[in-house]
Design a protein around this ligand. Structure first.
Ligand code: SF4
Ligand code: SF4
Length: 265
């Protein structure tokens, strides 16, 4: 059985089992048809531990890791990373910039970074954080412009891991983000396809975060006004289909209520 990961990683993955042929991948590896096998993972450390114990043939795991989610119990970046390393697995990092959020973090975090290195972009801090960890073989940085590519090359070409002072600054940034009330949506859109009301969930959250994270009230209202009527926060019927689809395990319906209070619509 073949399937392709939806998380942006372009390699093709195989299931470890099929009804016709248990241990499909294991056998293909033995035949030399598969060189390196891995899977993308969004659940918790206990399940990861079980999977890796039952499938030692796995070579790598793709995990959501970034400095903002490092200690977040819903994402378990750190716990999953530690389990994978305990099993000696290499790691492909997805969401190192948290869907772009860490390229434009709250003002207090930007000031912190600029105070130490005015020319380094916020995205560079996020990517260097994950690239500095042991066992990382790939960082899926999700660049979408030439400028982002040039920025990425400027610090990845001759990569320098974060030094002690920079690690301290990351810890300060984690504290600031931990006390931030921003909605931690990565705009992946996994939640929107099955929504019976086609609520524009990530757009609504992005508008609210302009106000919550950066105090940009006018810009937030303007952005919210751009969302079509009938697909705003107040139009949600609370079926929670979206919550089952969200890889960040967000309580989307609670956040939508908050947004409807912020915008009154
Ligand atoms: S809970 Fe609301 S936003 Fe979520 S799928 Fe149902 S209608 Fe859509
Ligand atoms: S609410 Fe969850 S599923 Fe929807 S876009 Fe945000 S992170 Fe993705």
């Amino acid at each position: 059985m073949l399937f392709q990961c939806l998380c942006g990683f372009k390699a093709v993955f195989y299931s470890t089992h099929s009804d016709d042929e248990p241990d499909f991948v294991k056998k293909r590896k033995e035949e030399g048809l598969i060189k390196h096998f891995g899977f993308s993972f969004h659940a918790g450390p206990q399940l990861l531990d079980r999977l890796l114990s039952e499938h030692p043939e796995v070579d790598f795991v793709q995990l959501q890791i970034n400095y903002a989610d490092w200690n977040d119990p819903n994402i378990s970046s750190r716990a999953n990373y530690e389990v994978a390393r305990k099993h000696g697995k290499s790691i492909v990092v997805m969401e190192p910039v948290k869907g772009g959020k860490l390229a434009n973090p709250p003002a207090a975090v930007k000031e912190l970074f600029q105070g130490y290195a005015p020319d380094m972009s916020p995205a560079s801090w996020a990517i260097r954080f994950v690239a500095s960890l042991d066992g990382i073989i790939t960082v899926l940085s999700g660049m979408s412009s030439v400028e982002q590519m040039e920025d990425n090359l400027s610090y990845m070409k001759n990569f320098q891991p974060l030094n002690e002072e920079e690690q301290k600054i990351i810890r300060q940034a984690q504290k600031i983000l931990g006390s931030s009330a921003e909605i931690p949506c990565t705009a992946c859109h996994y939640c929107t396809d099955g929504c019976p009301r086609q609520i524009q969930i990530p757009d609504i959250f992005a508008a609210a975060n302009l106000q919550i994270g950066n105090g940009q009230t006018a810009q937030a209202k303007e952005r919210y006004a751009g969302i079509s009527e009938g697909h705003r926060a107040t139009d949600c019927i609370g079926c929670k289909q979206c919550e089952r689809a969200c890889p960040q395990h967000l309580k989307i319906t609670d956040y939508l209520k908050q947004c409807s209070e912020i915008f009154g619509a």
